[in-house]
Design a protein around this ligand. Structure first.
Ligand SMILES: *Cc1c(COP(=O)(O)O)cnc(C)c1O
Length: 386
């Protein structure tokens, strides 16, 4: 059972014999990987155009207008969140973070590292932030200048009501920062409609690029006011923006191969129907996965109404024959890489449905899961002992 079998290829070639059923990095197309086979000079005219094209396409994908721009930054998604908080929240500002998982908690930690005053409203991981509670909080706390929300909290896979929360933030005339890392590109959101100062995402989630850069889709008039705010030179989005506007180049060595791959991934995203097309494929993946896992007896953490079609949390089976490490290793050996849980509310594991995978890949994964639990001698997959 430990031999690597080669699962049938997806509709789009990936060049892999493995599927990453994780929240990123994830399975990318072969063409995206092949786009990295050229060494670009960072001052090359074609590379500068490629960079500008990516920025334009991301603004359009986010529902932005001429009032918006895209500012990229080197590093993983967290670097872009850290750059955004440090650049947008001034030293005398105060950030309110709506926390219902690890990524909200991480924004609190980032604010504290940067020496910014920060408070949180916490909600359990299987519940969304309460719009009325936010309304009351902002009404009685005039010192809060900025609010940060997570779009899809990848910790559980829950879909937070960003548009409703944004309406409350704008009603109270505060600034909004959205961590849309694991949702952007698959779930509709319009920076123009929700009126955020910044929406942050990265190359390696729903747009299916390779890891190495993040970016903020910003309101230019808001970023214009942020000169001198940042606590770190390399994470100063205002400086990054001004320099890029001046000569089209990154201030410091750009992740050239990552950008070349991202350019290909962005064009595939567009060709496959944009956000609606991507969202439809992931929703099908999610449906097939949840139905199949429930048929095997597994339980989801979340009710379907709160579930984003990104990553699904399953409760750990109570059957003593179920050992997650063994389960994980067997699936990985057969080409399906899943993800441990990160919850505090219940023991769990996660299976992602994003990346260059389709419902046939999920069906194949379900067959392997069924064979694996049978081989482990697991009799029932429910989370309560029978
Ligand atoms: C992936 C992710 C991040 C960034 O994580 P990195 O590991 O730094 O790329 C931030 N927020 C959310 C909601 C995420 O899913």
């Amino acid at each position: 059972m430990s031999e690597v079998t080669h699962p049938p290829a997806s509709a789009v070639a990936t060049g892999n014999s493995e599927f990453l059923l994780t929240p990123g990095p994830l399975t990318t197309s072969l063409a995206t990987k092949q786009a990295m086979l050229r060494d670009w000079g960072s001052r090359d005219g074609q590379f500068i155009e490629l960079n500008a094209r990516i920025r334009r396409e991301l603004v359009a994908m986010a529902g932005g207008t001429d009032a918006h721009d895209c500012v990229p930054v080197q590093g993983s998604g967290t670097f872009a969140i850290e750059a955004t908080i440090g650049t947008f929240v001034p030293a005398d500002g105060k950030l309110l973070v709506l926390v219902n998982g690890a990524y909200g908690a991480r924004m609190m930690k980032i604010a504290q590292y940067a020496g910014r005053a920060a408070v949180s409203i916490e909600t359990p991981e299987n519940e969304v932030p309460d719009v009325n509670e936010l309304d009351r909080y902002l009404a009685s706390n005039a010192d809060v200048t900025h609010v940060a929300v997570v779009h899809c909290e990848t910790t559980s896979g829950i879909l937070n009501p960003v548009a409703e929360l944004a309406a409350v933030v704008s009603k109270h005339n505060r600034r909004l920062i959205v961590d849309s890392m694991s949702a952007f590109g698959a779930l509709e959101i319009s920076v123009d409609e929700i009126g955020c100062d910044a929406l942050v995402a990265s190359s390696n989630k729903c747009i299916e690029g390779v890891p190495g850069m993040g970016y903020a889709i910003v309101r230019k008039d808001a970023l214009e006011q942020c000169a001198g705010n940042a606590h770190a030179l390399s994470l100063d989005l205002h400086d990054q923006w001004k320099a890029m506007e001046a000569n089209g180049q990154w201030r410091f060595t750009p992740p050239t191969h990552v950008l070349a791959a991202f350019d290909q991934a962005v064009s595939e995203h567009k060709a496959q129907g944009g956000v609606a097309g991507r969202g439809a494929r992931y929703s099908e993946n999610c449906r097939v996965l949840i139905d199949g896992m429930r048929a095997l007896g597994f339980e989801t953490l979340l009710p379907d109404a709160l579930q984003a079609p990104i990553i699904i949390t399953f409760k750990m089976p109570a059957d003593p024959a179920f050992d997650f490490e063994v389960f994980y290793d067997h699936l990985a050996a057969r080409g399906y890489v899943i993800y441990p849980g990160k919850l505090t509310v219940a023991p769990s594991f996660r299976i992602g449905c994003i990346g260059q995978i389709d419902q046939q890949d999920i069906k194949n994964a379900l067959v392997v899961i069924e064979e694996t639990i049978a081989a482990m001698g697991v009799k029932q997959c429910g989370s309560m002992a029978a």
